[in-house]
Design a protein around this ligand. Structure first.
Ligand code: MF3
Ligand code: CO
Length: 247
């Protein structure tokens, strides 16, 4: 069931989402060659707690960290560890913060030092996919228009879209209805109501769309080992557009 949030609930979501936004920025400022993904996770944990929030990912279905840190061909749900970031890597950081009964959720993909042209384009197009998706989004928009916009922009740029992982509603739970795929047919799906809160999160692959999960049970990687990028914001659907809570 898709719930519509009241303005009071959105006020609480706004706070959780501001913490997500600031944590992503803070973690991003720590990214450089030589840092481990585990260190980035500690920065995120300390920062989220310092704002009076809890990292929603920590312990979620047994996930052992506060952020998902996915490097290069890792698409999503990378587990932070001893891996040392190197010049030329890209890393997506995905995290959620829980405060006052509500979760916020966001992700960014960062460059480690200088990266090649393909990775630069991948990061740029992935962000653009998000903004294409919200361009015409407002109360009354069919749900799958979001995915149609993401897929069109990704494929026009020679990239592909993951089918196995999707965006979602959010609120008192980290994952609520509806599922928000990054692919689909324009004009289909439920018409979104004002006050619906969604996580729109393009996960875009430089190569083919096939992915698999590593033996750790979490990390999704591309089969062709080409890089992937992820960009996510929590947004509120309004009568005349969307309000982005994590920017
Ligand atoms: N932010 C992620 C999402 O939207 C949460 C990752 S699931 C976790 O699904 F278990 F890794 F936390
Ligand atoms: Co999400």
């Amino acid at each position: 069931m898709i719930t519509v949030k009241t303005e009071q609930e959105i006020e609480l979501l706004r706070e959780s989402c501001a913490i997500v936004r600031d944590t992503l920025q803070y973690v991003g400022s720590k990214i450089r060659p030589g840092v481990t993904t585990k260190e980035l996770d500690s920065y995120a944990y300390e920062y989220i707690c310092s704002r009076g929030a809890q990292p929603s990912c920590l312990g979620y279905c047994g996930f052992p960290a506060s952020i998902c840190a996915s490097v290069n061909e890792e698409v999503v749900h990378g587990i932070p560890g001893e891996r040392v970031l190197r010049e030329g890597d890209i890393i997506s950081v995905d995290l959620c913060a829980y405060k006052n009964g509500f979760h916020g959720d966001g992700a960014r993909t960062f460059a480690v030092g200088e990266i090649d042209a393909e990775k630069k384009k991948l990061i740029r197009v992935t962000e653009e996919c998000f903004f294409k998706a919200i361009e015409n989004l407002r109360a009354g928009t069919p749900l799958f228009d979001i995915g149609a916009s993401v897929q069109k922009h990704a494929e026009e740029n020679g990239f592909s879209v993951v089918r196995e992982y999707v965006g979602h509603g959010i609120g008192r739970e980290m994952h609520e209805d509806p599922s928000v795929p990054n692919f689909g047919k324009r004009g289909t799906g439920v018409r979104l109501k004002a006050g619906t809160v969604l996580c729109i999160e393009p996960m875009i692959l430089a190569g083919k769309r096939d992915v698999r999960v590593l033996e750790d049970g979490w990390t999704a990687v591309t089969l062709d080992k080409k890089p992937a990028a992820h960009y996510e914001n929590t947004v509120v659907v309004r009568e005349d557009g969307v309000e982005i809570l994590t920017l």
